[in-house]
Design a protein around this ligand. Structure first.
Ligand SMILES: Cc1cc2nc3c(=O)[nH]c(=O)nc-3n(C[C@H](O)[C@H](O)[C@H](O)COP(=O)(O)OP(=O)(O)OC[C@H]3O[C@@H](n4cnc5c(N)ncnc54)[C@H](O)[C@@H]3O)c2cc1C
Length: 418
């Protein structure tokens, strides 16, 4: 079923134009060809020929995306992107996400896209030439290496990996895991705690991101960690032992590490929630489509009140999740500092609503719902993972409560109409 997109009266012409043209590509070029574009999702062993045909088909769609001027919405125009502002980008994401995995055909592939943004913002001209441009051209791959098995990812102050300055080199020692894209990456951006006895490179103990080519001696990609029952994945465990890179590989200043990570995550959370809304939308359409046609016990599913309840509850979940995300996005766009609290609220609410909608859609489809023939099982696992990635729910709850209590303790109260 295609996504239904019409111009919205409250949006400017450019945003509506981007939404409509994105929807046209999704509906005409991607949804009817999902099996051809991503044959591996059906779980079958693939011949080289099938792989090559799929790559060709994806390249064809990418060409159409470029021709439509919709390539790389996250990148500035000088790097071949759309230079799309924050709000239109968020609106584009919900439509893109309707076709699961389609973002890659529009030049947005995590973690490369996040690394591109960080390199564009914090990189020197030399770093941009060496790492950013090849990443954009697709001749290099990358990963972001922050989380560690021996310290809490939800408390970045506990990170243990060190970058010790020795002469004109950083010497990195540490143990990371869940470094996504680890198998294909040509370089990692590694979050480290700096140690510089001279103080010339900044205060010891401060966080710094360092670019580390994966073929540097001492970088040991131990394994792709199996997740959700799969024996392996591209989320890798990596040990850094006495890894030496030039001082120039620091991305931004020592002490800017957390700020850069927040840049990556802050606005990113709105984009991710708009992705979740787009995927919920697809799950919702699939659920209704099935309810209209599946006959059980002498009648169509659509006429059973249990199923009507699923549809109504999912409608409410989708509408609330979408409105919350757009309201927060508008606050971010206005520069309202309260957006921080709202982002935490939606980071908890939206993945949970997404889980509920997909769960009901799976139930309506029965066995087919958990099969690889439909995108629902992938969505289900993705929705669950979102509750702990990008800051687990509990950390966001703490932040909301702190902000609210601070306001009331200082004699004020919360203005929910703002
Ligand atoms: C598929 C996948 C891909 C990933 N990709 C990357 C990547 O590319 N790069 C990267 O660096 N990381 C990546 N991660 C890691 C992810 O960012 C971390 O898992 C996340 O930050 C949580 O850290 P943690 O796993 O160490 O959990 P912990 O910090 O150990 O937290 C465990 C649990 O403790 C609870 N908790 C935490 N703090 C509190 C508190 N104050 N009060 C009460 N309860 C609390 C929460 O329920 C939380 O889920 C990925 C993870 C997954 C699953």
């Amino acid at each position: 079923m295609p996504i239904t997109v019409t111009p919205l009266a409250n949006l400017d012409e450019r945003t509506n134009d981007v939404r409509l043209r994105t929807a046209a590509l999704i509906n005409d070029e991607i949804l009817p060809r999902e099996g051809e574009l991503w044959p591996q999702r059906q779980g079958a062993a693939l011949s080289d020929e099938v792989r090559a045909r799929a790559r060709e088909a994806r390249d064809e769609v990418k060409e159409k995306v470029r021709a439509a001027g919709l390539w790389a919405p996250h990148l500035p125009t000088e790097y071949g992107g759309m230079g799309l502002e924050f709000l239109p980008h968020a609106y584009m994401n919900e439509i893109l996400a309707y076709a699961v995995g389609a973002a890659g055909l529009f030049g947005v592939v995590a973690p490369n896209s996040g690394n591109q943004k960080i390199l564009a913002k914090y990189g020197t001209e030399e770093q941009k030439a060496k790492w950013l441009l090849p990443l954009i051209e697709g001749t290099m791959e990358s990963g972001f290496s922050m989380t560690e098995p021996d310290s809490a990812g939800s408390d970045p102050r506990s990170l243990k990996t060190t970058a010790r300055r020795e002469g004109d080199e950083w010497v990195i020692d540490g143990h990371k895991w869940f470094t996504s894209n680890g198998k294909d990456a040509d370089f990692f951006i590694v979050m480290c705690r700096a140690q510089d006895a001279t103080g010339e490179e900044g205060r010891s103990g401060s966080m710094v991101q360092i670019i580390v080519p994966t073929d540097t001696p001492g970088v040991d990609i131990v394994r792709g960690i199996g997740i959700w029952g799969s024996p392996t994945s591209d989320h890798c465990e990596v040990i850094y032992r006495d890894v030496r890179v030039p001082l120039d590989n620091a991305l931004g200043r020592v002490g800017q590490g957390h700020e850069a990570a927040q840049d990556r995550l802050g606005a990113g959370r709105i984009y991710h929630c708009m992705n979740s809304v787009g995927q919920m939308w697809r799950a919702f359409d699939l659920m209704v489509e099935r309810a209209l046609t599946r006959e059980v016990h002498g009648g169509l599913l659509k006429d059973k009140q249990f199923i009507q309840g699923f549809i109504a509850d999912s409608y409410i979940d989708l509408q609330t999740a979408r409105m919350m995300t757009i309201a927060a996005a508008e606050k971010v766009d206005r520069g309202d500092p309260e957006a921080r609290t709202d982002i935490s609220a939606l980071k908890i609410y939206v993945p949970a609503a997404y889980s509920r909608v997909v769960d009901r859609a799976i139930q309506v489809w029965g066995a087919a719902g958990v099969s690889n023939d439909l995108p629902l099982s992938r969505m289900y696992l993705g929705a669950r993972t979102l509750r702990l990635a990008d800051g687990p729910d509990e950390v966001h709850r703490i932040l909301i409560a702190k902000n609210v209590l601070r306001r009331y303790e200082s004699g004020g109260s919360w203005d929910f109409a703002r």
